[in-house]
Design a protein. Structure first.
Length: 68
C-alpha cells in the first residue's frame, strides 16, 4: 500500500539520492524530538513513522551496497 510505494520509490533512487534522503530524515527526526521535548509536538506518532522510514532507507542502502 502506502509503504510499498515508498519503498519502491526508494529503490528507484541512486545511492547519492538515498544518502540525501537519509540525512533529511535524520534532521526531521531531530526536529521532532526537540519539539516533543518542549511540548510543541501535536502528532507524536510522526516520530515513530520517521524512525521506520530511516530504517527503510538504511535497508535499501545496504541492498544497493550488497549488489555492487
Amino acid at each position: 500500500m502506502k509503504t510499498d510505494k515508498y519503498v519502491a520509490d526508494l529503490r528507484s533512487k541512486s545511492a547519492a539520492e538515498l544518502g540525501d534522503e537519509l540525512t533529511a530524515a535524520k534532521k526531521e527526526l531531530f526536529n521532532l524530538r526537540f519539539q516533543n521535548a518542549t511540548n510543541q509536538l501535536d502528532n507524536t506518532g510522526r516520530i515513530k513513522e520517521v524512525r521506520r522510514n530511516i530504517a527503510r532507507i538504511q535497508t535499501v542502502i545496504s541492498e544497493v551496497n550488497a549488489k555492487a
